[in-house]
Design a protein around this ligand. Structure first.
Ligand code: G4P
Length: 190
């Protein structure tokens, strides 16, 4: 989407180690007009899929998930990355290794928050290796619900997680796909 590519070019900063810093408008200070457009565009793309629930992972996926859920008028569930004291009862879990942070997390969702009749749209701000999305899809399968699609803000196409998901037949929609980035510039997939 042009509006997001434009903001990335104007305000994003490429850091060492293939990291794109977008905290000034996307995942720390959140520009509400951009978030609103993201939600509307994801809604347009998946509006015929009978979405009943949106699933994301804490922390920065939550804003985009809520912006999208306001269009669908459905609830949002986010997976926690650690079992806090207020998680009780039976839970679905899935391991998730972060290549960016070099940490192993366990994603946790209480069983009562997803049921087998749900058509789940998964949302996340970044797609890099796809580990987080595979773990979220695993949780949806454990609940015997259906993943109807995945909506992403920024896909780092050169890390191949998105291409693998498309090869598996996942209905993946990324608002901006970066094919190449370095300190000289950013190239988007057309
Ligand atoms: P994955 O999301 O495709 O599984 O890939 P990876 O494990 O590498 O990403 C792990 C975390 O790093 C995710 O955040 C993801 O949003 C973030 N991330 C990946 N690439 C970039 C990048 O280029 N720029 C920025 N700003 N973040 C990136 P997380 O661990 O879920 O943390 P949180 O910030 O949502 O709490």
């Amino acid at each position: 989407m042009e509006f997001l590519e434009k903001a990335i070019l104007e305000k994003g900063k490429v850091l060492d180690g293939d990291i794109l810093k977008v905290g000034s408008f996307f995942n720390q200070l959140m520009d509400i007009s951009i978030l609103e457009k993201i939600g509307k565009n994801i809604y347009q793309r998946f509006k015929d899929k009978n979405v009943t629930k949106i699933l994301t992972v804490e922390a920065s996926g939550i804003a985009m998930a809520v912006a999208t859920a306001l269009c669908f008028k459905c609830d949002v569930v986010f997976a926690k990355k650690s079992k806090t004291k207020n998680v009780e009862g039976e839970v679905y879990t899935a391991d998730c290794y972060s290549f960016t942070h070099k940490t192993l997390n366990q994603l946790i969702v209480p069983k009562e928050y997803i049921n087998s009749s749900d058509n789940v749209l998964i949302i996340d701000d970044f797609l890099a290796t796809g580990e987080a999305l595979n773990s979220l899809m695993d949780i949806v399968s454990q609940a015997k619900a259906k993943t109807v699609g995945i909506g992403i803000g920024i896909e780092k196409g050169f890390q191949k997680g998105g291409d693998k998901l498309r090869e598996q037949g996942v209905d993946l929609f990324s608002l901006a796909v970066i094919d190449k980035m370095d300190t000289n510039g950013i190239t988007f997939r057309k």
